[in-house]
Ligand binder design. Structure first.
Ligand code: ADP
Ligand code: ZN
Length: 615
């Protein structure tokens, strides 16, 4: 059988294509070029793996997958092996003998898919191999994964990707598909031009990830807030916590571990062996929390990551979306949680201002930061804003913090003007500048030592804003910094007026803010309540006892099997597949084979054992 639908069922065990997968697969099987833009977790791999199988069965030879990520190659090749698909990789982890073995298989026509890093593909030795296959008509397809790496605008630029244009020139007529989860216009243009895909068909999938719930909280006591979030919403589940600095990664991981979680650090400063060990544990054990810098995550396609938390602001919306997209690839409910405060805004602005980059690049970074801040400050649906950023229209989602608990807002126009004139008055006094704390003390009429030392109780702005709480003032200042009306500078983050401050001072710009949260944890309680009444909550809580017992037995079997085969548990079966088995409790091979995720090969390998476990 060589029809895509038959192979989807037979090999992958899936009964339906997701979204645009079918159109993409058909187009590539027919020999067309494609650029595929799909969010993380959308199901990109299948878009080239399935055509590779179809084309191999039709006698068209091997498909070559270009991937920058060694860990990913490894996982995909094991997963394909489990599905009974002949796949291999060539990368620096193989010794010369092993690499030659793979080359022989390649030439013998024994492989359906070969994964290789771009630098490997561009070597004369490898190109000669490809020449031979091409001459025999045995080059079925090139798939270029993480295609945004070809663009300098993206954050993952790889020099070697620039050389991939050669594939088109040297192997004319071999279809090529480039795939990425990064979709901004700049990057898209670069990909089309540099990979010479101008005439490729463009497939843009909705970027919505409906199973991910977005929440952005006010940063008060971030670690404790994080711990409370994990304990109440994701106890014992796998997640990723992103921090900006290596030190913070270490400290946060150590602290979470002290609090009884299985938390591990990951950053580029750790020894390679330690990194690999932590990554392996994250992939193979259940319920590991990885505390990491952005060095971690690309190429991690663990499907059951239940949450991604940001303790610091990501660089821009693309990064935020890519990082949060690592949650819930299996389609089950997952959380994207972030804590956000004034210092985040100040730091990000400073990092851009003080970087060595050119003015054009800085300008772009500032625009991107502004979009991210607007998301963080939003009172309305987060998802609508996110999708709008990627050029998609949508309506309020009902599955983000703002939809679930609409925030109270107040008219802060007057307060904003008071804050700006406070800064203005400081500057009038010999051009002096002060930080946010002192400004708030002055506005609230507090007679601190510093206030009296500088005689600031004499200023006309002293005590004009005593009715606004300190927490509200922080929000006002943050908003003003976020919008660029205030600039925070120097070692002590002293405040100065931005160019646009004048309009706000004149009252021409209305400022509406959410009411500041107070340190009571009330928010956590209200979230927990919405969760239990929410049908998209955790499935296992609602299961009857027999189903739960079956699920537990299946998980135990899976853990043992995965250990025995030395692969991550999800390579054996996904959670969703085990859950469907536990619910349906099939008693025959045929019924078992009808479960989503059970293909022919896995039925053969595990069918008898599974029926026994279920019995
Ligand atoms: P991406 O590479 O786009 O981030 P993946 O290719 O890793 O996403 O796919 C995400 C998950 O969705 C994987 O676990 C995959 O097995 C699953 N998946 C993909 N296509 C389908 C489908 N048609 N039906 C069911 N599950 C699918
Ligand atoms: Zn929403």
């Amino acid at each position: 059988m060589t029809t895509p639908a038959a192979i989807l069922r037979e090999v992958f065990g899936y009964s339906e294509f997701r979204g645009t997968q079918r159109a993409i697969v058909d187009h590539i099987c027919a020999g067309g070029d494609a650029l595929v833009l799909m969010p993380t977790g959308g199901g990109k791999s299948l878009c080239y793996q399935l055509p590779a199988i179809v084309r191999q069965r039709r006698g068209q030879g091997v498909s070559v997958v270009v991937s920058p990520l060694i860990a990913l190659m490894h996982d995909q090749v094991s997963a394909l092996g489990e599905l009974g698909v002949a796949a291999a990789f060539l990368n620096s982890t193989l010794d010369a003998a092993a690499a030659r073995g793979i080359e022989r298989e390649l030439l013998a026509g024994d492989l359906t898919l070969l994964y290789a890093a771009p630098e490997r593909i561009l070597t004369p030795r490898f190109l000669t191999l490809l020449d031979t296959l091409y001459a025999r008509g045995q080059l079925a397809l090139f798939a270029i994964d993480e295609a945004h790496c070809v663009s300098q605008w993206g954050h993952d630029f790889r020099e070697d990707y620039l050389g991939l244009g050669v594939l088109h020139e040297r192997y004319a007529g071999v279809p090529r598909v480039a795939l990425t989860a990064t979709a901004d216009q700049h990057t898209r243009r670069d990909m089309l031009a540099r990979l010479q895909l101008e005439s490729a068909r463009l497939f843009v999938t909705s970027f919505d990830r409906p199973n991910i719930r977005y929440t952005i909280v006010e940063k008060l006591d971030p670690r404790r807030q994080l711990l409370r979030f994990i304990r109440s919403d994701h106890p014992g589940e796998a997640g990723i916590v992103y921090c900006q600095s290596r030190r913070k990664v270490e400290e946060t991981a150590a602290w979470l571990a002290e609090e009884g979680l299985t938390a591990l650090p990951y950053h580029a400063g750790l020894e390679a062996g330690v990194r690999r060990q932590h990554q392996d544990r994250f992939l193979r054990e259940e319920g590991v929390v990885m505390v990491a810098t952005i060095a971690f995550g690309m190429g991690i396609d663990k499907p059951d990551v239940r949450f991604v938390a940001h303790l610091d602001l990501p660089r821009n919306i693309e990064s935020y979306y890519q990082e949060t997209g690592r949650a819930g690839r299996d389609g089950a409910p997952a959380d994207a949680w972030m804590s956000y405060g004034l210092a985040d805004v100040v730091n990000q602005r400073r990092m851009i201002d003080e970087s060595e980059a050119g003015e054009e690049f800085k300008g772009l970074q500032r625009t991107k930061l502004a979009a991210l801040l607007a998301l963080a400050e939003a009172h309305a649906c987060r998802r609508v804003r996110l999708l709008d950023y990627f050029g998609e229209d949508s309506t309020a989602c009902g599955n983000c913090d703002n939809c679930l608990v609409p925030p109270a807002t107040w008219d802060a126009t007057q307060a904003a003007r008071q804050a700006l004139s406070g800064i203005y008055r400081f500057q009038q006094q010999r051009g002096q500048r002060f930080g946010a704390g002192h400004l708030i003390d002055v506005l609230r009429g507090k007679l601190t030592d510093k206030v009296t030392q500088y005689g600031h109780q004499q200023l006309s702005t002293f005590n004009v804003g005593a009715d606004v709480s300190e927490a509200q003032w922080r929000l006002v200042l943050r908003q003003l910094v976020a919008l660029g009306h205030i600039r925070a500078e120097g070692e002590f983050n002293t405040l100065g007026l931005g160019e646009s401050a004048r309009e706000v001072l004149r009252g021409e710009v209305p400022v509406r803010l959410r009411v500041a949260e107070v340190r009571t944890g009330r928010r956590g309680a209200s979230r927990a309540k919405t969760k239990t009444s929410d049908p998209s909550g955790h499935p296992d809580k609602a299961l009857d006892r027999a189903t739960n017992a079956r699920l537990a037995a299946l998980k135990e079997w899976r853990a043992a099997t995965a250990r025995g085969r030395n692969v991550p548990a999800y390579v054996v079966f996904h959670d969703a597949t085990l859950l469907e088995m536990a619910r349906a409790a099939p008693t025959t091979r045929a019924a078992l084979g009808a479960i989503t995720g059970v293909g022919v090969k896995k039925l053969e390998a595990y069918g008898e054992e599974l029926l026994q476990v279920l019995a």
